[in-house]
Design a protein around this ligand. Structure first.
Ligand code: FAD
Length: 402
């Protein structure tokens, strides 16, 4: 057969594929990466607003959703938060923590990628760039990996590390779910996570661009599904900001996967004041004859008074306070894949061996990273999963071909 041969083939050169390849080659086993883009790690460069929040000091499986918590536990038992830090530090990356979130001291994701590229060069790991894998065929001696343009690579084990569906311009668009499906794996419906929400409410229109600190709850069929605190950003289509991204997963699963229509958010717009304090403050202002539009001046940004004038004109301190502490927005949908930081869903992790991330269906096939139905909270958990699962799948594939 023409084309390259290597005992282990890694499909996808993102965070998980890079770690997998380094792990395999460090064990003395030749490996090749097939990457559809013309460079590695595009998503690493975009991560953390260009700062790359690469892990979290509180790393453990409680911060993840997956069909198999056991699998997530098993991976972090093999390559946990200290191993991730040790890996990067031993390759020369200086790092620091900010409220538990781990960053390179340079605050530049390109530094993280540079360190990984240097290790690739040191280990002489070959990369087949612009290699869009379209088909993986099982043969007697392993697998043949075919590109859309007819290129071929053959090997004994394959690690599928093609990412999820978010930010398709960076390379991962969910095309590789079909490769997993062709081998008999099932896919748990991928939906955008860490994604802004679509809301039809005049307040969003009137307050677009305004950001406030809030406490927030997601409500699915009237029941609290998730809670968070952080920034709320009003946009012309609805709601964004860190607090929204944090609770968006449950809403996205309900609307996009389970096709439920009863989803809402409850927002405490004044988390720094209790309802009783707010009632007392508003009553004082009402008694002093403060005009309706100025009633919440100094409590919320200036634009909120005019935008909430209908409520404020009621001049009922209790009703105003209740609304500000529990402002409801019905959620009509989520924004799309171009605005979602990660994917909830993917290859069903209960079909994957928890020890080495090997397929329980096809011998020699491994999975790593966001392609699996494992998604973590914001705060470095998704890259941590990519590094750790890449390392563990790398050990599995290296052992398989020995
Ligand atoms: C804007 C943004 C910011 C983020 N910030 C953070 C952060 O700060 N901290 C954090 O923990 N997480 C962050 N995430 C999430 C995190 O970056 C991802 O979860 C992680 O990079 C996933 O790594 P991966 O290797 O599984 O997939 P990817 O990084 O998506 O890599 C998959 C690779 O496979 C390639 N590929 C796909 N299909 C094929 C094919 N058929 N043939 C060949 N190659 C293929 C793709 O081109 C890509 O290079 C962020 C995500 C986004 C979009």
């Amino acid at each position: 057969m023409e084309g390259r041969k290597a005992p282990v083939i890694v499909i996808g050169g993102g965070a998980s594929g890079i770690l997998a390849a380094i792990t395999v080659k460090s064990r003395g086993i030749p490996v090749v990466i097939c990457e559809r883009m013309s460079r590695l790690g595009r998503k690493i460069l975009a991560s953390g607003n260009g700062r790359c929040n690469l892990s979290n000091d509180k790393l453990d499986s409680s911060h993840y959703n997956s069909a198999s918590k056991r699998l997530v536990d098993s991976v972090f038992n093999k390559f946990g938060k200290n191993d991730i830090i040790r890996f990067f530090e031993s390759h020369g990356l200086k790092i620091y923590s900010e409220e538990g979130r781990v960053f390179p001291v340079t605050n530049q994701s390109s530094t993280v990628l540079k360190i990984l590229e240097m290790e690739f060069a040191r280990l002489s790991i070959p990369v087949e760039y612009d290699f869009q894998v379209s088909k993986v065929t099982e043969i007697k001696a392993g697998f043949v990996v075919l590109s859309a343009s007819g290129r071929k690579v053959a090997g004994g084990a394959v690690i599928l590390a093609c990412g999820g569906r978010s930010y398709p311009a960076l390379g991962s668009d969910g095309n590789a779910y079909d490769i997993a499906k062709a081998f008999g794996h099932t896919i748990i419906g991928p939906v955008p996570s860490a994604v802004p929400l679509v809301v039809k409410d005049e307040l969003c229109h009137d307050l677009q661009g305004q950001k406030i600190g809030v406490r927030i709850k997601s409500l699915i069929c009237g029941k609290v599904a998730s809670e968070s605190s952080g920034d709320l950003l009003f946009t012309k289509y609805g709601l964004s900001g860190t607090a929204i991204l944090d609770i968006s997963r449950e809403i996205s699963v309900a609307i996009n996967r389970d096709k439920l229509r009863d989803a809402a958010v409850s927002i405490d717009m004044t988390p720094f004041m209790s309802e009783a304090e707010l009632v007392s403050e508003l009553s004082k202002r009402l008694r002093a004859g403060v005009p309706a539009e100025d009633l919440i001046a100094g409590i919320l940004p200036n634009k909120f008074g005019p935008a909430m004038k209908e409520l404020l004109r009621v001049k009922d301190a209790k009703l105003i306070a209740k609304t500000l502490k529990d402002k409801r927005f019905k959620v009509l949908g989520t924004r799309g894949w171009n605005e979602a930081d990660f994917t909830a869903g993917g290859v069903n992790s209960s079909e994957v061996d928890a020890d080495h991330l090997a397929s329980l269906i096809v011998r020699g096939l491994y999975f790593a990273g966001e392609i699996l139905d494992v998604d973590g909270k914001r705060g470095g958990y998704n890259l941590a999963w990519a590094w750790a699962s890449g390392h563990v799948a790398g050990i599995g594939a290296a052992t398989c071909v020995k």
